[in-house]
Design a protein around this ligand. Sequence first.
Ligand code: GDP
Length: 445
Amino acid sequence: MNKESQLPIVALVGLPNTGKSTLLNRISGNKQAVTSKVAGTTRDRQYAKTTWNDFNFLMVDTAGIMNESDSELNDNVQKQIDTAINEAEILILVVDAKSPKESIERDVLIKLRRIKKPLILAVNKSDSVLKSPEYLATFSALGIKKSYAVSALTGNGIGDLLDCIVEELKAIKPSPEELTPKDSIAVSIVGRPNVGKSTLFNSILKEDRVVVSSVPGTTRTSIDSQLTIDGENYTFIDTAGLKRKSYRQEEPDVYSVFQTFKSIRRSDVVLLLLEATETIIKQDQRIAGEIQDMEKGLILVVNKMDEYQGSQEALQDYISLHFPQAWMSPVFFISAKNHKGIPDVISAIKPIFEARHKVIEQETLNHFLHTKLKTQPPKRLMDQKVPKVYSLKQVSTNPPMFELLVNHPAAISKAFRQMLSNAIIRELEFWGTPVVLKLKGKDKK
Ligand code: GDP
């Protein structure tokens, strides 16, 4: 079963121009590695969900959050290393076989080694074969045991590197603060800086129905808040920053990109906060894309309605236009500062969590599929066999996952798959959450 909630992170760290993003793209584009892109375009992709030997993880390219600059161990490199240290389970130091910068890389390596997280060295651009063996030797002299000569350009050595990553990941156990209590609904509040995340969280805490059982700060490692609302337990993820925050943040910092991503990863339901008076930008859509890609429940919350003059209907249309993939998610209009609309947002969380855990009876699924095949059968694709659909069954929950047994997956059009998963959400009532539809081929030829 594909449990996404605790996907481990593998971070690519290294100096500018060592080929980290090419490496990420190579791994994403690799036919053997099943990946899907999380963030918008290839250019701004920073994360790739990767499956290798049936093992899922997220590969993160730290380059996207770092300015290209001189190859000194400057503040940016330092910041990047710190971020990777905090967030990743495994670090991959990428160095360039073509233009070795041994002294700086040695410094980086020494810093990384102190962190005591599994560290793998990837000597990239090893298509210039002459250089790489001696370069690898330099690093083995420094005591790094796992090193691979790879070429992001040609794909050489990538398979061995992925094998090693998976081997290392299998050996890691999640740290205690990473585990969300099982009888609790995990919720996170995400959005651009200054949309009002802290204000909303503090507003939720002030609600009468909300009983706070533990907030971060009581122990050194606690980062989440435990709340009870109408007898139900909720874990608000990564609220340490939200609780303490009392400043206005001018810049999206390096840390928050990872933090958002990591919070989503641990959640059942995510509240994506937007500002009524601000235009929706790519960053908002990218976060929504990440939530969708990690198959999490989503609630859209439009804040600062006290400052908005136009009609709510127009705003609703504007939101729908910019988040077409989130058609199944509810949208709420609030003023966190004035404490308006908060109860509705809180009340929407549990039904989505329940929908994510719902199990549909086989008889209902049979009837549903039968009706769909009658009214909207799959069309035959060019150069493909006549599509045949045999059965639909639910294989897991959170996220709800269904398996469609067909003759050949390639014969089933994207339009039919989309129609079917949308109909599952709409007619079998999985509001607020994506559902996963997997195709299984029955016929061998
Ligand atoms: P965060 O960075 O997303 O946590 O945002 P904050 O909660 O720190 O809020 C950023 C700024 O927006 C602060 O000055 C808040 O007072 C203000 N703010 C938050 N919610 C509202 C709201 O509903 N209406 C208005 N007018 N301002 C708000």
